[in-house]
Write a protein that binds this ligand. Sequence first.
Ligand code: ZZB
Length: 261
Amino acid sequence: QEYTALKLKVKEWAEPAQKILDGKLPDGANVYFIPATLRPETMYGQTCCFVGPNIEYGLFKISETEYFVCSPRAARNMSYQPGIFPTWGEHPQVACFSGKDVIGTVVDAPLSIHTNGVRILPMETVKDTKGTAVVTCVPSDSPDDYATIIDLAKKAEYYGIKKEWVELEMLPIIDTPSYGNLTAKKLVEDLKIQSPKDTKKLEEAKEKAYKEGFYKGTMVYGEFKGQRVEDAKNLVRKKLIDSGDAFNYAEPDGKVMSRSG
Ligand code: ZZB
């Protein structure tokens, strides 16, 4: 699986994270959350970034001035891919925290219309075994993300977040013949998806959203407005990589990487 790994720079840490990191970072160091995405063309519409509240994350040192937040498993994989860590096979870890510790952190999301930054929020369905265990949220085009933000807004207090952190404007990015320009919202409503844990229906919605968006979608926002998603996808990906805001991250085949063989 070939992902685009995006670099979301931390602007302001949540308090628990601040405490854990105290004294562990050199002055002037930049820390980035690293979501892995298959839909780089949707990055204009990022409204927040998800972590699993009960997942363990690491802070990994890329250089004196650059640190990444992702799952240890992803950092290990990255260390065997060119151009990410300086030394092959090494992924020095300087801190460890759980997803809950970083909820509320403000990050800069490259290309997002929300240029004041977006929040790190909890998503209980994040998988530790896929991508980087950091997931950027695009509620217009990802049914899982749409279902999650609806739930977070409804139960903000329960989740220990502020409702306004969830309520950033949802941007139409891609127009499709079957679902209009807010594909995820339309599918979640049509399939009567009630919760982020409606796994089966969400799987179906995701499948439909991928197919329709990729094969029939047209960009209605951004530099590649008017172009087919099929073409825009690689153009946006290249733009993000050229600007230093993203890099390629390949998910190794589980069968090849597993220790048991
Ligand atoms: C932004 C985005 C915008 C995404 C969209 C999807 C969509 P897949 O197809 O199952 O491989 N993702 C990445 N890592 C995780 C994880 N560890 N746990 C849960 N979700 C994860 O899924 C790849 C997509 O699932 C990724 O691309 C990411 O969300 C999320 F408009 O990034 B995506 C129709 C989907 N639309």
